[in-house]
Write a protein that binds this ligand. Sequence first.
Ligand code: CS2
Length: 468
Amino acid sequence: MSAETGNVPRLSRAEHGRAASPVRVVHLGLGNFFRAHAAWYTEHAPDAAEWGIAAFTGRSPDAAESLGAQDGLYTLLVRAADGPEPEVISSLSAVHPGADLAALRDYFARPEVAVVTITVTEAGYRRASDGSLDLDDEAVAADIAALRDDPAGDDVSTTPGRLVAGLLARRDADTGGIAIVPNDNVPDNGAMVARVVGDLIAEVDPSLQEWVDAYVSFVTTMVDRITPRTTDADRSEVKTLRGVDDPEVVPTEPFSEWVLAGEFPGGRPAWDDAGATVVDDVAPFEQRKLWLLNGSHSLMAYAASIRGHETVADAIADSQVREWVEEWWDAAAPHVPLPETDVTAYRKALIERYSNGNIRHLLAQIAADGSQKIPIRAVPVIKAELGAGRVSEGALRLVSAWIAHLRGSGAPVTDPQADLLQGLVTGSVDNGVDRVLEWLGLKDGQLRDVVVQQVTDLEAPGATKEEK
Ligand code: CS2
């Protein structure tokens, strides 16, 4: 199947890729991060010919159609500081709209399908603030009703709902063990998924839990590869470099890391031979990445956008932002349970990754969904500092910048909880700070005054803007 746009051909397996491998992995969430990360590791595993991926879109089905028109192939445009390197990825053997529950159940029921990977962002797991499944979420409530009414029906839209629909099909087919591998930036993400799936099972069909306990493994991961959204510039670059019209190009950085812990009862691709690391405990790696990388990312997304910056590369070149980032790292680093030399090297590497001017990583993209990110990126560090007897200005600035953002400075607010959060910060800075700190579980008089001062400073006209 090869489609053409004007005289420039689309990608096709006959011309540009490998033959499709048999489907043994199901993936939920067909966004750029997955295509730069897990799909790339699968492509580079020595046994790639035995492990094809059937991927399902999340909310928007468009990618399935567009990728389908080019046999599931896409170009990964690896943007090194010294120039781009395009690579065609062939590991997606099939692509489906997320709503195609019949296809999803069919794959789950096949004995050779052994792994389910997921990248749906932090918000996609539909958790309440205590980590349980949010039963008040309308889409969750609708999935419960739909699955109770007809466990084989098609009206299931959430990730926990789709997982339970698939697991019911596998149990009924009696096709044995399977591993569920979440690849989103949430601490202990294996246990996190097990919990939301278990909570949904309790509502829908409690008899499934015993089967899940016996046959389903929830793997925990740390994932890392900076992957911005695709722009038209990426598409025209691939047209120039490769002579193909690929609307599904994914730009990414050269660096990549994947650390996994857990069982794979039905086997897995040899991801470790493609550079992934298999360990007993992901936690130290997760903390290093979530606090040092993602924490500083969020700090820049809020604080540097107030200073007029648009991208991470612009932000880190501003000496004031760099100082804030280093202060954040100074606060977080002592709590990362890895050798100091490792943490120091990691910080140095991050500066290089952030400074890659060929990656246009928008601060506005990182600023999204702060309600899901601040509690896991900032709060543990602030609490650990308090535990060590310190009120850390460097750590608190992340929360202060988020509050200034919610109050209308810098990047626009895009968040499933936007109404609630913007309600918390209406009125004076003092009141807003009190309410947000309470929402974050950080009600502590010592912190409050520092945060009020930092928000005031960040919002002061001209006080923090970069001289241009
Ligand atoms: C970013 C991450 O958007 C964000 O919140 O911090 O997507 C980050 O780019 C990745 O985790 C890097 O691995």
